[in-house]
Design a protein around this ligand. Structure first.
Ligand SMILES: *Cc1c(COP(=O)(O)O)cnc(C)c1O
Length: 496
């Protein structure tokens, strides 16, 4: 199977090339030339596999040229109990009849990004080797919080790689900052910048294309690569847990083979929910995909009207990983829904860059409304939902998961759909203790991050993940703050 660019169908790359390059030079994203299928009867065998076996199986359908030994090396290295505090890698909590929480945050950084970023370093280093490139891979990341830490944990001490993360000094939570500045590993660096996330992102993009820096790296046997969510190597591992969830519900006798289930996904860059759509296209019996947003509801409007319009106010919310106005992976979805019409996609993205908006055809609007339901909720509604679910079911959700939970309630009211539904839970509540305590009506005024974790533990009676609790005793290793225009110097300082 070869990979094409969403903006150029005539490009044919091997999976290793697509993963190494990350993004196509025409600005498009890499997509597989066809979607592989799973037969319904195969679910019997799949439901007996452990997570790394299932991953090897699903990845093998997408990554031609990777043999079983290589894939096992990647999946066993990523999905094991050294990295995850759950034997089964994800957990499925049963809230009440027909409603489940898919906990994707049992990895080292307590957010769902670990599901992909634990394996990406393996996929990337194997890809680079396959291409016969004998260079050290240097990963640069701009982060608003979760991605940076998850990438650091994924790449730390991986042979043949170095990683540097930039974060906005005043743009991440206290816990997120500590998670990054105490990062261990011999090939990692972390740097704050005096600016916001956009400054960090723009700075990183500039370094990636800075001829002088690239030359210097090349002379020293190094090359840049990216770990951000447009890399296919981050999307494909996310398909696995949708297949895995179906298998688990089936083997637990919660559903019959072939019975359709819905997924409700708290969405930002549209990567997680797109992986669910790929799973549906592969033959996993999925009914509706419910796309949940916070007040940055550009996707809600898009799915309702077919008009994508980023010209709107940007809100800073209590679910910061979903504060996003350009959801990159929509481009992959539109490529699929247009039947692979690269010329059409080029036109849409030209409109987006020139006017900040585009409108899709009636045919695509129709498909969007068949596949998806979309809704959003405010911070106040998010907090009320955390409290409501806690009071009723003694289950504590983080702020992102709560957005999905609320939107699902609205979906059921609007449609009366009684199919069983899985709400995708993307972060541990302890990662956002301040907002969760506030939602639960606890007084945490004057407490620091660690006291808040303790307070939340007392309140909900579930121990905090070891990786968060133990940060208290770790040494801060990275204290540097630079101006956005000094980022390339910081990179060179780190590397040479
Ligand atoms: C990244 C993230 C999301 C959004 O996921 P996308 O794949 O970007 O749509 C939701 N919740 C949390 C906690 C995240 O870290």
């Amino acid at each position: 199977m070869l990979y094409q660019s969403t903006r150029n169908k005539n490009l044919h790359l091997s999976p290793a090339e697509a993963i190494t390059q990350g993004i196509s030079s025409d600005g498009g994203l890499f997509v597989p030339s066809k979607v592989p299928e799973i037969e319904l009867l195969d679910f019997y065998a799949l439901s007996h596999m452990c997570y790394s076996e299932l991953s090897t199986m699903i990845l093998s359908l997408y990554l031609d040229g990777f043999n079983k030994g290589e894939l096992d090396y990647c999946t066993e290295g990523a999905y094991n109990t050294d990295n995850f505090d759950s034997e089964s890698i994800f957990e499925l909590a049963h809230l009440y009849e027909g409603r489940y929480m898919l906990e994707l945050w049992h990895g080292p950084t307590c957010a769902f990004k670990d599901m992909a970023l634990q394996i990406l370093p393996y996929l990337l280093t194997v890809s680079v080797q396959k291409l016969g490139i004998d260079k050290k891979v240097v990963i640069l990341v701009a982060t608003s919080g979760d991605t940076g830490k998850a990438a650091l944990e994924g790449f730390k001490d991986v042979d043949g790689t170095s990683i540097m993360v930039f974060y906005p000094d005043n743009g991440v939570s206290a816990m997120q900052k500590l998670q990054m500045t105490t990062q261990e590993g011999s090939n990692v660096s972390v740097c704050a910048i005096n600016g916001n996330f956009d400054d960090a992102q723009t700075g990183v993009k500039k370094i990636f294309t800075d001829e002088e820096v690239i030359k210097k790296l090349d002379e020293n046997g190094m090359m840049f690569s990216s770990a951000n969510s447009i890399n296919w190597g981050r999307l494909v591992p996310q398909i696995v847990y949708y297949v895995g969830t179906y298998c688990k519900l089936f083997s637990d006798e919660e559903i019959k083979l072939g019975e359709e289930i819905n997924f409700c996904v708290p969405t930002g860059n549209f990567g997680n929910i797109l992986a669910a759509y790929y799973a549906k296209c592969m033959g996993v019996p999925i009914g509706k995909l419910i796309c949940a947003s916070n007040s940055n509801n550009v996707l809600t409007d898009f799915i309702h009207t077919g008009v994508y319009d980023r010209n709107r106010k940007f809100y800073t919310t209590i679910s910061p990983s979903m504060d996003i106005l350009i959801s990159s992976n929509i481009e992959r979805l539109l490529f699929l829904l247009s039947g692979g019409d690269d010329e059409y996609i080029r036109g849409l993205y030209k409109d987006l860059s020139e006017t900040g908006r585009f409108e899709v055809t009636d045919e695509i609007k129709q498909k969007l409304s068949e596949i998806f339901y979309a809704g959003y909720c405010t911070d106040e509604e998010t907090k009320a939902e955390i409290k409501n679910v806690f009071d009723k079911y003694s289950y504590t959700m983080d702020t992102h998961t709560a957005v999905a939970s609320k939107v699902y309630n609205d979906y059921v009211k609007a449609t009366g759909d009684t199919r069983k539904t899985v709400i995708v839970s993307t972060a541990s509540p302890y990662k956002f203790s301040a907002s969760v305590l506030d939602a639960l009506g606890s007084d945490a005024d004057g407490s620091d991050e660690f006291e808040m974790v303790k307070l939340l533990e007392e309140k909900c009676g579930v121990p905090a993940p070891e990786s968060l609790a133990s940060i208290k005793d770790k040494t801060v290793r990275f204290t540097k703050t630079v101006a956005p225009d000094k980022m390339s110097e910081a990179v060179l300082d780190f590397l040479f």
